[in-house]
Ligand binder design. Structure first.
Ligand code: WAQ
Ligand code: MG
Length: 250
């Protein structure tokens, strides 16, 4: 689903993989979400349905943890520190934060060279939209069971975890940094195959419309290949990892 406001400005998007009757329910939920979005009323909503022509790649969801963070300023420091530990340079983190904290949110993610901080996606206005990922019924039930005791069993968290899992398993990806563009949602995350999905509370002030995603990649990455994987390759999360109860110090 894609919902846009005046002049095509990004309001909301969503994607998933569904079978049978789930599909109609998903279409309904997408329409509802688009029409009642906190970023504003859309001028257009486009819902596209496509049949998969290849079997999805099956992945286990990244483990979830929550870092201790008190403010957006602290979040930037934490992001710098955690990402440096994963091999992302200070200049690459700065380049990412510039995009994620810009007034106008992109529809997709910026792709950034983890060493040089150079933007690598061909369309810098749109970015690259990760699509064709979903979660099996069994994994969704298992995930809900693990997230519920922590008050984290929301579609926002579940969908972000599925997306982050697909991105983390891409060839060449070092890490991902995300800030929601919803004015009422102030938690972001850092995700990677080695560190899992680390939530960062209070990464932005309530009410702000900025947000975005940055995917940090090794310099040697085949960018067209990466974009093809992110946009086209169907990925299904069919298993879950642990959810760490305690807030962890970064
Ligand atoms: N592919 C690439 N980039 C995307 C996609 C996608 N499918 N969906 C969103 N983005 C980019 C786009 O620039 C948005 O402006 C930005 O990310 C934020 O999207 O554990 O809600 O859907 O508590 O607002 C993460 C924390 C929530 C969840 C993320 O993102 C938690 C969220 P949003
Ligand atoms: Mg949003």
């Amino acid at each position: 689903m894609r919902a846009a406001g005046k002049g095509g400005a990004h309001i909301s998007g969503a994607e998933g993989l569904y079978t049978g009757r789930e599909l109609l329910q998903a279409v309904n939920e997408c329409a509802e979400r688009a029409l009642a979005h906190t970023r504003g009323a859309p001028e257009s909503v486009v819902i596209t349905l496509e049949k998969l022509s290849t079997k999805p790649l099956l992945l286990k969801a990244l483990p979830v943890s929550t870092l201790k963070c008190g403010s957006p300023g602290e979040a930037d420091e934490i992001a710098g520190r955690v990402l440096l530990g994963l091999g992302v340079s200070g200049s690459a983190v700065s380049a990412a934060l510039k995009v994620l904290r810009a007034d106008e949110a992109m529809r997709g993610a910026a792709i950034i060279d983890a060493k040089t901080g150079k933007r690598l996606e061909p369309d810098r206005h749109r970015g690259v939209r990760t699509s064709r990922m979903g979660i099996s019924k069994g994994a969704r039930t298992a995930l809900s069971k693990r997230l519920a005791p922590l008050g984290l069993n929301t579609s926002t968290v579940r969908e972000a975890l599925v997306l982050a899992t697909k991105v983390a398993f891409a060839r060449g990806v070092v890490a991902e940094l995300c800030i929601s563009d919803d004015p009422g949602y102030t938690t972001g995350y850092i995700a990677s195959k080695s560190s899992g999905y680390q939530r960062i509370p209070r990464i932005k002030h309530r009410g702000s419309l900025h947000g975005g995603r940055a995917v940090f990649v090794k310099g040697s990455t085949n960018i067209p290949g990466l974009i093809d994987y992110l946009q086209e390759r169907p990925v299904m999360v069919t298993g879950v990892s642990g959810v760490i109860r305690k807030v962890v110090k970064s």
